[in-house]
Design a protein around this ligand. Sequence first.
Ligand code: 26V
Length: 796
Amino acid sequence: MFANKEEFKYTFLQRLEMVYGKRFSESTALDQYHTLGNMIREHISNHWIQTNERNRAEHKKQVYYLSIEFLLGRLLGSYLMNLGIRDVVEEGLKELGIQLRDIEEVETDAGLGNGGLGRLAACFLDSLASLDLPGHGQGIRYKHGLFDQKIVNGYQVELPEQWLRHGNVWEVRKEDLAIEVNFWGKVNVYTENGRLKFHHIDAEKVMAVPYDMPVIGYDTKTVNTLRLWSAEPAKFPMNKNVMQYKRETEAISEFLYPDDANDEGKILRLKQQYFLVAASIGSIVREYRNRYGHLKDFHQHVAIHINDTHPVLAIPELMRILLDEEEMSWEDAWYITTNTISYTNHTTLSEALEKWPVYIFKPLLPRIYMIIEEINERFCRNLWERYPGDWKRIEEMAIIAHGLVKMAHLAIVGCHSVNGVAKIHSEILKHREMKRFYEYFPEKFNNKTNGITHRRWLLKANPELATLVTEAIGTGWIKHSEQLIELKRYATDASFKEELAHVKMKRKAILAKLICEKTGIAIDETSIFDVQVKRLHAYKRQLLNVLHIMYLYNRLKADPNFTIYPRTFIFGAKASPGYHYAKRIIKLIHSLAEKVNHDKQIKGQLKVVFLENYRVSLAEKIFPAADVSEQISTASKEASGTGNMKFMINGAVTIGTMDGANIEIFERVGSDNIFIFGLTAEEVLHYYENGGYHSYEYYHHDQRIQQVVNQLVNGFFHDAYDHFEPIYDSLLAQNDQYFVLRDFASYVEAQEKVGTAYEHQEKWLEMSAINIANSGYFSSDRTIREYARDIWNIHE
Ligand code: 26V
């Protein structure tokens, strides 16, 4: 089918006409996309079947990565690339008068995630398959992914996302493999043959129907599976309003992160979490029983990884099966469960640490709650033995306390491994956030610094740069990212640097064109492209970036002799729908853009652009064009960051704080090839613990700060009246929790250095090349090898 161009063209045309019942000349890009999709699925189905057969025959240990988010983005392009058939398809289509790129553009992103955690899951799937490891994803098939962002008059408006509107060519519905999930009802406890028995009765049943998607590795025969679960009505209950039951059931897989401000929302979130877990564990166990008959050696053949605490109910759910269905002793069940499951923490922000009220939890999941109570009791008893009389510590560490179930505590107690996602983050977990747990279970804690799939983020997203890299060092880097280090010797090679400059210019021109189409803003392609793209959050400090731009603008206005190297500041960010502060920052960026972009007096030295609806497919167009990567979170707050790695591999130079993985980037490229500023994590944490920071003093003593902060409320932004008052208050009245004013001067200084460095193009290109050369470490292949070796104990 894809052996050569002619064969491809023949099959493609035949299929298209057969399936759509129309002539090729009348077909739309969408018809063509679906035809191509179906051909690819057919093409890989043999490998998919064989991978599963091989896994069974060889009794290979299987890994299941449970995640509430999978931010896959578009799939066509990466399938073509990984299968090595992109050229044949592209050329074949060209002869038919079609651009492959146009077909790729009709695919809607699979945006079943929010940010870093979900994209990491997607990168991990790529690396697992590419390394020939038997690792599969399990998640929820949300009907609507993360909302579509529209900007209206500078304000964010959210629209439901509709990725399934035209169907999903990559999935296979497997109704025969559905799993029944139980909610509500009560538990009958009785004794039979001297054993306590638990019978869950009057439960409301929901059917979990799996949709399988193939995960194709790069240049391998492995095809793993991403299984996404959809909630459907089971048998309609007699005693309930049928419509209500249908609505409530389908709501489970309707939206990613439904608003949980009220109890109704909280119930839905908890339902989603248990739904994912019960369906996943149910199907894993069923398959295992079919193969091995019993679950005694389960942990030797299965590893289950939970991506943050959202799937932490995997612990009590597996216990339930081993206790109630397999009739194991508590000790045996606990041994198997804890040796099967492992956990990654992705944030220390307290608002993201999940705690569920008992009054919601207990009625919704009565048997699961009983098991958690038992886990908690046994754990607290052990603590009492170890720390007799230390009530305070036990209360602090308990899984259930003050009417709340603490999901992170359950995860640490019930897993054999707990890891953070960058060195500093893992250290903060051990010595601060989870200090008590580290003292008790030191052997469980470890670090796995995040990574990205360099195939999507360089080979696919930036073919121009990929070609240049390959011309210099050969193709080995595609499978062995560490070989990128060989580029180091080209960092001083004039002709390589010239080519590098050329590639960057080309990518900047592409982005400039897109910006003009989307926003109407004409930008100077030769200006510095200074980019901050990520979720909008106070700790990520988009505000610091904005205040710096305001300061530059003020200076340019005040002093006609002051000039800067022209800069284009590019933003992309979605704010959580209920996060009003973040939404005001989006408006602020727009108000600033309005002001700056139309001011003739500054002679085009500054431009501000906000790109709407930031998502994976847009990110793939932004990273290749960036000169400067903004990684400016308050030190200690960003667990790792992975955008920083995507910029780096595309040759952007970082301006950033010593936070998350920035620190490890700094360690690799050295202080000459990164712009570091601001407080260190230790200094920030010291302030938090001992006080001593008074933002007003910085405001008072620094004219520049005073001016920009005042401008938030003095009518400078006349289109927004008092809209920015809460931002003003956060900086002064609320004493600037994220140290924006504290780091301002240091940031300005670092930005000046960036500007100067860019003027020395030769040196800048050397920095850029050194960043690319050192990015190999940040491949998710390296991360996954570490998980496989240290946590999952699996082998290729
Ligand atoms: C929490 C919440 C709470 C409110 C509702 C929506 C929502 C969604 C997600 C989360 C957990 C966020 C955790 C997260 O995404 N952490 C990011 O993980 C990346 C991968 O490890 C890491 O690079 C980022 O630094 C970290 O912020």
